[in-house]
Design a protein around this ligand. Structure first.
Ligand code: TXA
Ligand code: MG
Length: 341
């Protein structure tokens, strides 16, 4: 299959993408979080192609994207007051809400669960494509399963060229990590995946919100994942990533004493000057928004530019949006953290 790269602002590009989607095809689309791999959410056969293109396990459900709040009524059995409050504050934006699903949701989308994840993205191109297609779009992140999520159209092309009909280039993503996922299908509400909308912001609207264990810890053997995506190895470059938790001084000492063939560093802006190994920076130490925006691109560069074998990473502060950065990086590191003091 030839994958067309469409510039989102070129005349007719949105219509071309919408026509592919209406015909049961797949299109890589920009959102404010990461690029998605979209199909008509109401067409089970189209949705099944997403799993094949990504190599995604069939038991990992997809998020359904809408472009008007009212579309949610068709997708879920009931819209509770809590969902309306969250939508009012954070939609359109990087928040996904899980609710009991309606009969309209194909099994391929919900992967056998009784719930569905719904998101109303803010990216104008994503909204235009959903509008033009005239149907909600199921879309996981547009990477091969296990790879870092794509934050540019080039990342999607790297992973999906020849596997999907088209990629719509709408420029780099402004948030850079996937949406916050919160379930309202149980009481109290629970954060399943941290993202651009923080736990503190959710608590500001809902009061009590729990944090799922899987946000910060590996899933215990035999335990069932509330969010199936959390149980798979994720976001991982080919290199073996190890997080070093501790002061900058101790980080620099540790990295420089362990310098050698294939060793690289993933550090904050400016810290590379003190390191005796090739390094990639992923934002300023105090700017977790920037870290979120740059992390996935940095993980790809470690492979593609440095061909690193072992990567020592600076440990993000797990507060605010930094919780999302930490959550992604500990998965990229397979939960390997060394305390360097
Ligand atoms: O920002 C995002 O959310 C991006 C863009 C494209 O919108 N999408 C995205 O999709 O990150 P994906 O498939 O890579 O991640 C969806 C996560 C997975 O961890 C999945 O297991 C979880 O949401 N999920 C989806 N439906 C669910 C459900 N009904 N119950 C629990 N978890 C669910
Ligand atoms: Mg993903």
């Amino acid at each position: 299959m030839q994958t067309q790269l469409l510039q989102a602002d070129a005349p007719g590009a949105i219509q071309t993408a919408a026509a592919i989607l209406q015909n049961g095809g797949l299109v890589g689309i920009p959102t404010e979080t990461v690029y998605g791999l979209a199909a008509n959410a109401l067409d089970g056969a189209a949705v099944a192609k997403i799993f094949a293109a990504k190599g995604r396990p069939m038991d990992n459900p997809l998020i359904v994207h809408i472009s008007h709040f009212e579309q949610i009524y068709d997708l879920v059995r009931e819209v509770p007051e809590a969902a309306k409050k969250l939508a009012e504050q954070f939609w359109p934006g990087p928040l996904t809400i899980i609710l009991p699903k309606s009969a309209r949701i194909p099994d391929e989308v919900s992967a056998g669960l009784d719930t569905v994840a719904v998101r109303f993205p803010s990216h104008p191109v994503a909204r235009a494509v959903i509008d033009a297609a005239g149907v909600p779009l199921a879309a996981p992140s547009g990477n091969l399963s296990g790879h870092p999520s794509p934050t540019t159209a080039a990342h999607v092309m790297n992973d999906m060229d020849g596997r999907i009909e088209a990629v719509l280039d709408g420029g780099p993503c402004s948030v850079g990590v996937e949406s916050t996922v919160v379930t309202l299908a149980e009481q109290p509400p629970r954060l399943l995946r941290p993202g651009g909308i923080t736990l503190e912001q959710l608590r500001g609207v809902l009061g009590q919100v729990e944090m799922d264990d899987a946000v910060l810890h590996p899933l215990a053997d035999g335990k069932c994942a509330a969010s199936p995506g959390m149980k798979y190895k994720h976001y991982s470059p080919k290199a073996n990533v190890i997080i070093l938790d501790g002061s900058l001084e101790h980080y620099i000492d540790y990295v420089n004493t362990h310098a050698g063939d294939g060793v690289a560093a993933l550090c904050y802006d400016g810290e590379d000057k003190a390191l005796q190994v090739p390094s990639i920076c992923y934002g300023g130490e105090e700017d977790c928004g920037e870290q979120a925006r740059e992390l996935f691109d940095a993980l790809r560069e470690l492979d593609e530019q440095l061909h690193a074998k072992t990567v020592y990473a600076r440990c993000p502060e797990p507060e605010g949006v930094g919780l999302a950065v930490y959550n992604r990086l500990i998965r990229a590191a397979g939960f390997e953290v060394i305390d360097v003091g």
